[in-house]
Design a protein around this ligand. Sequence first.
Ligand code: PEP
Length: 251
Amino acid sequence: MRQHLVMGNWKLNGTKASVEALIKGLTPAAAAHPSVQVAVCPPVIFLGLVEQLTAGSKIAYGAQNADVHESGAFTGENAPSMLKAFGCTYSLVGHSERRTLHAETDDVVAAKYEAIQKGGLIPVLCIGETLAQFEAGTTNSVVETQLKAVIDRCGIASFENAVVAYEPVWAIGTGKTATPEIAQAVHAHIRQYLAGFDAAVAAKVQILYGGSVTGATAADLFGQPDIDGGLVGGASLKVDDFSQIIAGAAK
Ligand code: PEP
């Protein structure tokens, strides 16, 4: 039985004060729903603060990005082992903003996924199609290609220790949530595709939906059989909205 996981992606947002208010505000909501795993991905500069603020709570946390290298002349980067040392459980990898704004290819994403696992973290592999690809009806083949790059490099068994996040690019930050039916169909396809390599791994892996999830849409989305929770951007920055989303995952 897969647990629901709700993960906030704070992106490049927050101040020391807002981070404190957000974690303090979310702690009771997370505690009120023991069946739901809750995690946040703050900007890396706030990891030490989040480590302190989440002590004793069930809120896990992760990074939004990690480098493939462990050390060296890579200005501005953070190694997975450094993130682990600050208590991270997860790291996002392959978010569409990194694929687009930082030119991260499927090969780069696969290398980062491998480095994140080697560093002792759980990669949250973000995949999804653009609006043009959605309109062209190529969603399934797009997500297959994105998954295959990781399977080729790391093997299907690596998904025993990974999370997949299906995030249609046209739904991220646009207010256009995929309908539960559309999202469920893609999630089922992702699981079926993984099952072609290993049915037991596919049955166990958590597949999150991301793209303009709100308190109003969470319960219907997470009620679908192959949607195991959500990766949430904008709404994860507001205590009330994210608390409602956590509650939606408990239903
Ligand atoms: C995201 O960036 O992962 C995301 C899902 O953002 P939003 O919820 O704001 O669409």
